[in-house]
Design a protein around this ligand. Sequence first.
Ligand SMILES: Cc1cc2nc3c(=O)[nH]c(=O)nc-3n(C[C@H](O)[C@H](O)[C@H](O)COP(=O)(O)OP(=O)(O)OC[C@H]3O[C@@H](n4cnc5c(N)ncnc54)[C@H](O)[C@@H]3O)c2cc1C
Length: 233
Amino acid sequence: MTRCADRDNAPEARGLAMVDVTIRGAGIFGLSIAWECLQRGASVQVIDPYGVASGASGGLVGALAPHVPENWNSKKAFQFESLMMADSFWTSVQAASGLSAGYARLGRVQPLPENAALDLALARGENARQLWQGQAGWRVLNERPSWAPDSASGYWIFDDLSARINPHAACLALAEALRSLGASISTEGDDQGRVIGPGASTAHLVAVASLAATLGVARSPASAIAALRAMAG
Ligand SMILES: Cc1cc2nc3c(=O)[nH]c(=O)nc-3n(C[C@H](O)[C@H](O)[C@H](O)COP(=O)(O)OP(=O)(O)OC[C@H]3O[C@@H](n4cnc5c(N)ncnc54)[C@H](O)[C@@H]3O)c2cc1C
């Protein structure tokens, strides 16, 4: 009797969603969105017929390289804010999963090929001071770092914002972190709750934009949509 009553009251029996959000696609985007939804208290399932990291996110080396600090626009601002969030994001994923994502903000050295490029590099350094708000630097060096390649001009650019990641390991870490908080990841299943994935283009855009605004990577859904459209275009 009690069991029947429980069954009648089960979410499926009442036509209610078992999970709040279904995400189709277990690449770096789908898994990251799932992680952020979970962090905000939503229950989540991820469905990918080919499994975790079976698409573009399956590579072993990824460079998280910032746009050049000039001609600032919403796309560059969006990327900058995202790069600044990466450290705490991957720290929390690694803590929850016990797995390394291979993330490290090591910076990048670029030899300046000719003196003619020096003025531009110095101007970009000035821009970085303003646009990167003191949170990251872009400097021209006239002394060669011990491990850097030769520079024909005798100058090098060093930015301390660039990072590297192992995309495949990062996806496995995200998947493990998701499971540790109760999310399911499977190769098939029915949509439940809000659905984010292929074929939901406008809804997808708005959902991701709303999430980006919630995360603080964009000031509002409207600005996030503008940034996402700029990226798509
Ligand atoms: C060789 C290479 C090098 C790259 N290097 C860099 C780099 O250095 N730095 C950088 O920032 N970016 C780099 N990128 C780009 C980066 O890898 C991608 O932008 C990123 O991985 C895309 O992630 P995603 O989750 O959107 O897509 P994917 O990782 O492709 O994930 C999409 C997932 O959706 C699944 N799927 C497809 N259809 C369905 C469906 N109907 N239902 C459910 N699931 C479905 C697929 O199986 C797949 O697992 C590189 C890409 C490549 C190919």
